[in-house]
Design a protein around this ligand. Structure first.
Ligand code: NAD
Length: 398
């Protein structure tokens, strides 16, 4: 069980780009990164597109005034001059800026933690992957839900054959908060999400389903999609060509089939993030809203609800437990788990500790790149008249 004791020699000197006062996701980064006080220390930032607001905000977070910068380029240049300059940067800005900032950060010799969806194209992803390798740096991707330890329990149980051979995969990440276009006109965070120049080639496929796709791969690393069919719609017409609803059918290489529904117009739905894996003997089901529980159903036997922090769970699951039984865990714990693994990865990279890196399960550059490929394959299928397309795991030329 985690208790906040240090896992690495000293915390990384950490900065944020974006994630300012009005941002949706910024605080999740800080609660995740700073939870233990032993992995990261926030020492600098270019927190906001509005330099003045960003500075005032950074000072209110306790960051030295002189290290609250007007933009990321100034931050990289100034911090490079300091002996105690930043070592890691988190990018929590709208999608269209990720590639450029990530590249600049790696070139400045920094480890990077970047928001999803990572970039617009897998070519950009391959380039950044190569650059990170060349620079000896880690790129982590904040698939923040994926640090929930019950997902590791699912992974362990599937590996142990508890549900038999996987036959069906049911994935859902939906909500109803964009059921109409009101926020498209009034919320800055929603405006860019439906603008292809900033959001990229998708809305909900990138905004929501990249999380669930990564989580499914975390749970079932052996399952590769062979082909998929994506059918996407813009029910609020002004969002076209970006979708606010999509269905994806998947065929896996082992013969299993899958179905993913992602939507921001599931009116009335507050949180529809579910994963159900059906095997030849039984099924496992997890629902974000009851994230500390796992439903385990074996055909012909009474169904069980496995509860977090209990000794009957797999060691890999309980190793990421933070509270112990009888206490309610939240999303920040998932984020904290991800952030801690980013720090362990970066520390291992700095020490050329390939053994640690090999055994560490966390959303790395490959996971981010895979998320881009997921969107590309879905968009290719949808734009091809919703036809089956072979799942391209890599571009042939690369
Ligand atoms: P937002 O519009 O609410 O906030 C963006 C923030 O970035 C603002 O503070 C803005 O001032 C700042 N900003 C914009 N451009 C900047 C620049 N060039 N330099 C410095 N600051 C800049 O957006 P959001 O909803 O917080 O989303 C940001 C990113 O996080 C997106 O990529 C989104 O997909 C992702 N996101 C991820 C999760 C998750 O669970 N991992 C949740 C929400 C959003």
């Amino acid at each position: 069980m985690l208790n906040g004791e240090k896992k690495i020699a000293r915390p990384f000197r950490w900065a944020m780009i974006g994630g300012g006062r009005l941002s949706q996701v910024g605080y999740k980064h800080r609660t995740g990164a700073l939870r233990d006080n032993t992995a990261f220390t926030l020492v600098a930032g270019a927190f906001d597109i509005d330099a003045e607001r960003g500075k005032e905000f950074g000072v209110n977070l306790g960051v030295n005034e002189n290290r609250c910068y007007p933009d990321y380029k100034t931050m990289f240049a100034e911090e490079a001059k300091r002996e105690d300059g930043i070592e890691v940067v988190s990018i929590a800005t709208p999608n269209g800026t990720h590639y450029e900032i990530c590249k600049a950060a790696l070139e400045a010799g920094l480890h990077v933690i970047c928001e999803k969806p990572l970039f617009f194209t897998s070519e950009e992803g391959e380039e950044i992957k190569e650059l990170a390798e060349r620079k000896g740096k880690i790129v982590g991707v904040t698939y923040g839900f994926s640090g929930n330890q019950m997902l590791l329990q699912m992974r362990a149980m599937i590996q142990q054959g508890k549900i038999g051979d996987i036959r069906m995969v049911e994935l859902q990440y939906t909500h109803g908060f964009s059921a109409n276009d009101a926020a498209d006109k009034t919320s800055d965070a929603q405006k860019w999400r439906v603008d292809p120049k900033v959001a990229g080639p998708s809305f909900v496929l990138g905004d929501l389903s990249t999380h669930t796709y990564y989580m499914s791969q975390l749970i079932m690393p052996q399952m590769k999609i062979k082909k998929l069919l994506c059918d996407r719609q813009s029910f609020v017409g002004s969002r076209a060509p970006l979708e606010d609803n999509a269905y994806v059918l998947m065929h896996y290489e082992n013969g299993a089939v899958g179905r993913l529904w992602t939507s921001s117009i599931n009116a009335g739905c507050m949180d529809g993030h579910r994963i159900r894996i059906v095997g030849s003997k039984g099924s496992l089901e997890w629902w974000d809203n009851k994230g500390g529980e796992l439903r385990y159903e074996v055909q012909g036997e009474p169904a069980q609800t496995l509860i977090r922090a209990m000794p009957y769970l797999d060691d890999s699951c309980n190793a990421d437990e933070r509270l112990g039984a009888l206490h309610v865990e939240g999303l920040s714990d998932s984020w904290a788990n991800i952030y801690l693994k980013f720090a362990i990865a970066m520390d291992a990279k700095n020490r050329n500790d390939e053994e640690t890196l090999k055994n560490l399960v966390y959303p790395d550059i490959n996971a981010g790149l895979d998320g881009i490929r997921w969107i590309e394959n879905c968009v290719r299928s949808a734009d091809n008249g919703s036809t089956w397309v072979e799942f391209e795991h890599e571009k042939a030329a690369l």
